[in-house]
Each structure stands twice: as structure tokens, then as C-alpha cells.
Design a protein around this ligand. Structure first.
Ligand SMILES: Nc1ncnc2c1ncn2[C@@H]1O[C@H](COP(=O)(O)OP(=O)(O)OP(=O)(O)O)[C@@H](O)[C@H]1O
Ligand SMILES: [Mg+2]
Length: 477
């Protein structure tokens, strides 16, 4: 859908009741979404609660006049475009208003067609401004706009579900082992939805400090706590008219689970320290690499929240359950990694890749190929460039290969993808020690850089965070 087709959200601040009503009716007739306020203070309150594209403000109003309203608005992040409405006497102030950042002014009496044209231009300008800001923050994500590669029936079915559910506003729960492509699929659901032009906001519930999570999610007001100098918008608000991706949702601490539930049920929330609610329109996609029903029966995750987020569930099969995807994925990833001149894979390498169990799934495949590309000579990747556990699976032992011993079964979960304490507990102590040592060694090699460590181990950053917590490896010993 083109953005021009969306109605502009307009607020009319005008103290003269008749004029206010006429402007409202006319602009509604032109297809805009119009709210009204009888004075500057009321306007400011409405602006707090809702997302407005264009504000039409009379200059002379009781309580808070148009100029002061404009000044206050421009202290806020992401203000609407403002068109000043003036009588003859106030044209000079209107020009002053433009210096203060107003988009334009109209002096009375004006024609409604004039007003409509101006409103459309202002709304377009604001959209461009918002889009530019959004684009700047999303450039990385956009340039990485991912292609989803598969030949297996299992993934074909996944893609069928994605296409089915994307255009609706239903919340989606994506499950699957670490590295199976949950984030990629979440992104695809967003891009195939009517919200594709809105933001896709990604929040990893496991990777963020519990004390920061609420303000990260819902934002805060100035003075909400010491250090809160100005207002900050939370991810939930930034996702307005877009999608929020709640990765590793079962890691959400329980007080926040109730707040999240309320936000979803009412489509509104409070910024931390705020007295007023903010209305939003957000679609939720959640992901988990753990069996969410189990976490619910343990009492760690609210069942009512589960029902809210899993209106539609998509389960991503592990890579070892769809070995026919390995070769096309490898070719695709190689092309992406090596760009112009991807090296060839020898038949032995292809056989080794296809024969391996890939406990870290597609991410691990990508990491292995990345390493091989760096090591390759003469434009060829041979088994010498593969990590030993892949080129000779039985001879090397890695704790990150647990899944290899339990292929295919419903309960098969790689140790790397699971932070489940039950599973961890069932692993013998010496094995935990091996894993701990391996993580430590990787941390040392990367100078305790968590992102690089996770890459090196072929696990996701959030899995690494959980492991660091489990093993108490929060800082250098
Ligand atoms: N079908 C696919 N086609 C192309 N690339 C894929 C596919 N599946 C996964 N990938 C790539 O593999 C990597 C891991 O995928 P992603 O981050 O989506 O996994 P995940 O399930 O979210 O993992 P985790 O649970 O560890 O967070 C990414 O680089 C992604 O682009
Ligand atoms: Mg992920």
C-alpha cells in the first residue's frame, strides 16, 4: 500500500467552536482522520496520547496560545508538522512561527481547498521525515534484507503459513531451535504485511537487563527516575503502525509479562512515570527456541500471555530434519559471503556438509562457511578448511554437538539452543565443565567480546548470554 493512500492524522486546535467544527467536517470529508481541541492545553494533552501528523493551530487561543504550543512541541521528539491559522492581525506572528519551525500558515478567511492542499503537503513532509529517521536506523537491516532459501517440503509449508498469516494482524509465535531462521521469518511476516512500510522493531528479551527492560519497551517521562532528563520513546511506541518482534519471549520477567499482556489487550500503555496512556497499533511477533508450553506449565510464563501471542504458531524445522536444504543454503551463503567470486565446494565438502547434524542450524553453517572462505586457496573450499567436527564428525567431540546424538526426535534439542535448566541439569557435570571451558576459551580469544564469542561458537548472542549467566561468567575471573 502506498503511504499516500493513508489518511493524515490531524489535530485542530481552535477556540472558535463553529470554525472548529467546519474545519473538522471538511477535512474528514477529504478523508483525513481528524481530532479537535478547544485550546492549547487540551491540544498538548491529545498530542501526548496519540500520534499526529499535522497540527492546525490557531494563534490566539486561551490557556496556551498557538505560539507557545509550537514552542513546547518542538522540545519533543518527532513533533508533528504545524500549520498556523491566523487572523489579519497576527500575520506577523505567523511569520515568527515559521522561524520557530512551523510548516506554513494560512490567514483567515481561507478556502477549504487551500487548507486541504496544505495539510496534504505537510503530512507528506512529516512522513518523509519519519521515514528518513526510520531508514537511518534501519539501514543495516534493510541492506541485509534477506532472501529465504529452501527446497524442502517442510520449509515450503512454513512459507505457505507465512504468506497466509502475514496480511492479517494476528500475532505470530515462531518456534524452532537456535539458528533455524526465526528472526528471518519474523522479518518476512512483517515485509509481507500491510505494515511493511512501518517499523520492524526487534527486542531481545533475554539480552537486556531486567531493570532496563520496562523503559526500553515502554519509554519514560522526564523525571521518571534519576537520570531521566527528557522523555524517551520506548520500542513499543516506535513500533506504532508496524511490528514488534519479541525475541526469546519466555525470558521476559514476570512483572513485565503482566504489563505486556495489558498493553496487548488494550492497545495502549503507560510510559514509565507517566499518568496518561499512549494509544498504539502494534502487531506482535514473538519467538522462542524453547518449548513454550513447558515453560507455561512450569509457571514461568503466563498462559494468558501465551494465548495472546500465539494466535498463530509457526515451527521452524531444524536443518538436520531437512538435509536437502543444506546444499542450496550453502551456495546462497557462499555467494553472500564472498560476493563477486564465491569459491567452489569440492564434492567431499558437500558430502561432509550434508552429513553433519548442524546443532547450530543455518547460523552454524554460515559461520563454518565464513571461516572456510577466509582460509580457501585457489577458489576452492576443501575439507581442510572445514572445522574438524564437520569434516570428521565422529573424531571430534564438541558439547555444541549434542543434537547429533538425538537426531530428528521431537525432544531433540541441541545443547547450544537450549537454556532450559532441566536439560542443562541432565547433562553430566564434566560435560558442563567442557562447555564452560570452551566458552571461556572463546571469550579469551575475542577479548571478552560477546558478539564475536557467540559467532565463534556458532550460537546466538542470547544463548551465549544465558550460558554466561548459568556459568556465572559475567566478567573476567
Ligand atoms: N532459509 C534461509 N535462507 C537464507 N538464510 C537463512 C535461512 N535460515 C536462516 N538463515 C540465516 O541464518 C542465520 C540465522 O538465522 P536467524 O538469526 O533468523 O535464526 P534464529 O532462529 O533467530 O536464531 P536464534 O534462536 O539463535 O536467535 C541468519 O544469518 C539468517 O539470515
Ligand atoms: Mg534470533
Amino acid at each position: 500500500m502506498s503511504q499516500n493512500a493513508q489518511p493524515a492524522r490531524i489535530l485542530v486546535a481552535e477556540d472558535e467552536a463553529n470554525l472548529r467544527l467546519v474545519i473538522q467536517k471538511e477535512l474528514q470529508r477529504m478523508g483525513h482522520d481528524v481530532r479537535v481541541a478547544p485550546d492549547g492545553e487540551a491540544a498538548l494533552r491529545l498530542l501526548e496520547e496519540s500520534n499526529v501528523d499535522v497540527l492546525l493551530a490557531d494563534i490566539n487561543m486561551p490557556r496556551l496560545d498557538g505560539m507557545e504550543l509550537l514552542r513546547r512541541l518542538h522540545q519533543r521528539p518527532n513533533p508533528p508538522e504545524v500549520i498556523m491559522l491566523t487572523g489579519h492581525a497576527t500575520v506577523e506572528s505567523a511569520i515568527e512561527a515559521m522561524k520557530l519551525g512551523a510548516y506554513d500558515y494560512l490567514s483567515k478567511p481561507y478556502h477549504i481547498a487551500e487548507l486541504d492542499a496544505l495539510v496534504k503537503q505537510a503530512a507528506e513532509k512529516r512522513r518523509l521525515r519519519v521515514d528518513n529517521a526510520r531508514l537511518r536506523t534501519l539501514v543495516e537491516r534493510q541492506t541485509a534484507t534477506p532472501e529465504i532459501v529452501f527446497v524442502s517440503d517442510a520449509m515450503r509449508e512454513v512459507m505457505r503459513l507465512v504468506e497466509r498469516v502475514a496480511p492479517s494482524d494476528a500475532s505470530v509465535l515462531i518456534t524452532g531451535e537456535s539458528g533455524t531462521g526465526k528472526e528471518l521469518i519474523a522479518n518476512a511476516v512483517h515485509r509481507l504485511s500491510n505494515r511493511a512500510e512501518g517499523s520492524f522493531i526487534d527486542l531481545n528479551c533475554a539480552a537486556i537487563q531486567e531493570s532496563l527492560l520496562e523503559s526500553e519497551l515502554f519509554g519514560y517521562e522526564a523525571g521518571a527516575f534519576s537520570g531521566a532528563k527528557g522523555r524517551k520513546l520506548g520500542l513499543w511506541e516506535l513500533a506504532d503502525n508496524g511490528t514488534i518482534f519479541l525475541d526469546e519471549i519466555v525470558e521476559l520477567p514476570s512483572p513485565l509479562q503482566s504489563k505486556l499482556l495489558r498493553a496487548i489487550e488494550t492497545n495502549s500503555f503507560y510510559r514509565v512515570g507517566a499518568v496518561r496512556k499512549v494509544q498504539v497499533n502494534v502487531r506482535i511477533i514473538a519467538a522462542s527456541n524453547r518449548n513454550i508450553e513447558e515453560v507455561v506449565s512450569d509457571g514461568r510464563f503466563r498462559s494468558d500471555l501465551l494465548y495472546r501471542v500465539n494466535s498463530f504458531q509457526i515451527n521452524l524445522p531444524a536443518l538436520r530434519e531437512r538435509p536437502e536444504d543444506i546444499e542450496p543454503l550453502a551456495q546462497h551463503l557462499l555467494k553472500k559471503l564472498a560476493k563477486s567470486n564465491p569459491p567452489e565446494l569440492t564434492p567431499e565438502v558437500l558430502a561432509a556438509l550434508k552429513g553433519y547434524a548442524w546443532p547450530g542450524n543455518v547460523r552454524q553453517l554460515r559461520n563454518a562457511l565464513e571461516r572456510a572462505v577466509l582460509l580457501a586457496n585457489d577458489g576452492r573450499i576443501t575439507t581442510a578448511e572445514l572445522p574438524p567436527e564437520i569434516s570428521a564428525p565422529s573424531s571430534a567431540f564438541s558439547p555444541f554437538m549434542m543434537a547429533a546424538t538425538t537426531p530428528g526426535g521431537a525432544t531433540a534439542t541441541s545443547s547450544s539452543s537450549s537454556g532450559d535448566s532441566d536439560q542443562t541439569a541432565s547433562v553430566a557435570a564434566p560435560l558442563r565443565e567442557v562447555e564452560r571451558q570452551q566458552i571461556l576459551a572463546a571469550l579469551e580469544q575475542t577479548g571478552w567480546h560477546r558478539g564475536k564469542t557467540a559467532e565463534m561458537l556458532g550460537i546466538s548472542p542470547s544463548t551465549l548470554y544465558r550460558r554466561l549467566r548459568d556459568y556465572n561468567l559475567t566478567r573476567r575471573p
